[in-house]
Design a protein around this ligand. Structure first.
Ligand SMILES: NC(=O)c1ccc[n+]([C@@H]2O[C@H](COP(=O)([O-])OP(=O)(O)OC[C@H]3O[C@@H](n4cnc5c(N)ncnc54)[C@H](OP(=O)(O)O)[C@@H]3O)[C@@H](O)[C@H]2O)c1
Length: 302
């Protein structure tokens, strides 16, 4: 079986990649500080991507057929306030990995973000001009440009903001909402922040789809449509059967954040759809999460 090395396996998407699995790949995942972020039983390797020698040793030892690079400083506010520290991982370590993979002829898939766009268009296609509005987006764009220059056969997948479940080391925002509701706290949700929210399972399946095709070039994976965070919260309540869970509607302007967040960032999936991949419909993925991670009584009304 082919070997797939997954950097950042202890992160949100890494957890989902290991949950989804693929019969085509033996997965080996790296973690740095949070072994508890891994899916239980995941074959793993501790690696600090900022240590070049260790990265080279890892690639030599594991000798993967492909590498999907998920490790990142993915917190936009952290990147804004710590540009040098976050750049070392998001840009420099990505370029190093691309170089090493090119050298060893290991297929390389880099995960980028919707944040490379400025939010002025209804929905973004791959060829649209990138114009990031925050440090994280600028770092992701710079990393994309380096990956294309260093390893033209590499794949780059821009992902929309993800919802779903992961380990307690890296809970996504949906998990935080459910935790808040379980303790009878209200959840604040922006009515003026639109995203094509993507389920973690769909994102993981999209990654396997691109790896299966040894795709090179740039692809978008967003959810099936754009909607506001507030509308998403209402849908989550409905699917998790939490009709009394409190949601406070608010504006981005009501919350002070170090990083600017474009109000609308929606990715157009037409290109990846033309290769035979579609994310699960939002309602279906939420229902499946609700089925698997039902809240315990007494809060859940069922
Ligand atoms: N989350 C989203 O909604 C979203 C949306 C669009 C794009 N993306 C992109 O998708 C990818 C996956 O994101 P994610 O949300 O799964 O990330 P995440 O949950 O923030 O996880 C970050 C991962 O990076 C690892 N890491 C951090 N510093 C490291 C270092 N010095 N050396 C090695 N590993 C290190 C962490 O390992 P430890 O915890 O073990 O230290 C962790 O596994 C990223 O490229 C991100 O930019 C994410």
């Amino acid at each position: 079986m082919k070997k797939l090395l997954v950097t950042g396996a202890s992160g949100f998407l890494g957890w989902n990649v290991f949950k989804e699995q693929s019969e085509d790949w033996r997965l080996i995942g790296t973690w740095n500080q949070h072994k508890d972020g891994l899916r239980p039983g995941a074959e793993n390797y501790q690696l600090d991507l900022l240590e070049k020698d260790a990265v080279w040793k890892c690639l030599k030892e594991i000798n993967p057929d492909a590498l999907v690079h998920l490790a990142a400083c993915s917190d936009t506010n952290f990147c804004e306030e710590n540009p040098e520290k976050s750049r070392a991982l998001n840009v420099e370590a990505t370029a190093t990995l691309a170089e090493m993979c090119a050298d060893r002829h290991v297929h390389f898939l880099f995960t980028s973000s919707e944040q490379v766009f400025d939010g002025k268009k209804e929905a973004y296609r791959e060829e649209d001009e990138a114009a990031p509005q925050n440090e994280y987006g600028r770092q992701k764009l710079e990393a994309e440009q380096l990956v294309r220059a260093i390893y033209p056969e590499a794949g780059i997948v821009r992902i929309s903001v993800m919802y779903g479940m992961a380990s307690s080391a890296r809970p996504g925002f949906l998990q935080k909402w459910l935790d808040a509701w379980q303790h009878f706290f209200p959840v604040k949700a922006f009515y003026d922040e639109y995203r094509s929210f993507l389920g973690g399972a769909s994102a993981a399946r999209g990654v396997f789809h691109l790896l299966g095709q040894q795709a090179s070039g740039t692809f978008h994976i967003g959810g099936d449509r754009g909607l506001s965070r507030y509308d998403l919260a209402i849908l989550v309540k409905e699917r998790f059967k939490l009709e009394h869970a409190p949601v406070e509607i608010c504006s981005q302007k009501d919350v002070q954040m170090p990083a600017f967040r474009p109000p609308r960032l929606v990715l157009d999936n037409s290109l990846i759809a033309s290769t035979g991949f579609q994310p699960m419909p939002l309602e279906a993925e939420l229902s499946s999460l609700a089925e698997e991670f039902r809240l315990p009584p007494p809060f859940s009304e069922n």
